[in-house]
Design a protein around this ligand. Structure first.
Ligand code: BG6
Length: 277
């Protein structure tokens, strides 16, 4: 169903299924204007994921005004969808002062035939100074879930992760699917391209497929951090989970003229259809 995409942040804030149910979480306290990013939906973290560099956390793309890209170069045949919007972000003079690299960031938001939500990012180094640049990236997707304690994530078990709550120390995930009973903030490294988020109560499974994005971040602030966030309701942590397709651990380098592509495809299916996939 129809998505809502804000030029502010190039930010998708709505994705619905055939029954009109909202599948993305957006906080009731979200603010839809500068200076902060919209709390919920799919913020774009670029050119820096989290605080892995000298820029503001998660970079500046999520709180800049993007433009409609009226003349996008041809996209590879990633989707047969006729429902899409193309956005573009180029750095302003002020952006160049904090990150001195010319780039063009083209984002296509498309709806697939089955209602899947497809995001394709293409980032090009357009500098004329001959210098490469490096960046980290994430689609910071906030999934709407009925009750976080009934949710499990499959596809990340046995992987190595960096724990943001323990000075980014490296650990290996044990056991079965991941479940939630306290704050989580982990960067899973070199994950499979398919991750499933099972919402037991709703009998719904979100399937996240990604390309060009080796890592996956899993975040839920839980009660204490929720209370500390002014743009997030105290109890809303129960109804959201961020699973973020990312290139976080190893920065991507682009030489002048080079382009990087990162793609995320989301589908929401009744849980019973998912077993055995
Ligand atoms: C996650 C990070 O991606 O985003 C967390 O791993 C962070 O550390 C969270 O707290 C939310 O970030 P922000 O800047 O949107 O409040």
């Amino acid at each position: 169903m129809l998505d809502l995409v804000y030029l502010y942040g190039g930010h998708v804030t709505s994705w619905k299924n055939d029954h009109g149910e909202e599948l993305l979480f957006v906080s009731s306290k979200a603010v839809f204007k500068p200076p902060k990013a919209i709390r919920g939906g799919i913020p774009i973290c670029f050119p820096q994921f989290s605080n892995l560099g000298s820029l503001e956390p998660h970079g500046f793309a999520r709180n800049r005004l993007w433009a409609i890209d009226t003349d996008p170069p041809p996209f590879p045949t990633t989707t047969s969808s006729k429902t899409f919007v193309d956005l573009i972000l180029k750095p302003s003079e002020d952006d160049l002062k904090i990150w001195p690299h010319s780039f063009e960031f083209r984002l296509r938001v498309a709806l697939g035939p089955g209602g899947d939500l497809l995001l394709t990012s293409r980032i090009r180094n357009t500098s004329t100074d001959g210098k490469p640049f490096t960046f980290t990236f994430a689609y910071h997707t906030y999934f709407s879930v009925s009750d976080i304690s009934e949710v499990r994530v499959e596809g990340l078990e046995t992987l190595d992760y960096l724990d943001n709550l323990q000075n980014r120390e490296r650990f290996t995930e044990q056991g079965d699917a991941i479940t939630f009973e306290s704050e989580v903030d982990k960067i899973y490294l070199s994950t499979p391209t398919k991750i499933a988020i099972l919402d037991h109560e709703k009998k719904r499974t979100f399937v996240l497929r990604k390309d060009g994005l080796p890592d996956a971040v899993v975040w839920n602030p839980w009660d204490k951090k929720a209370k500390a966030m002014t743009d997030f309701g105290d109890d809303e942590y129960k109804h959201m989970l961020c699973v973020e397709a990312a290139a976080a651990e190893k920065p991507i380098t682009l030489k002048p003229g080079e382009e990087w592509k990162g793609r995320q495809e989301l589908s929401a299916v009744p849980s019973s259809y998912c077993s055995g996939q």
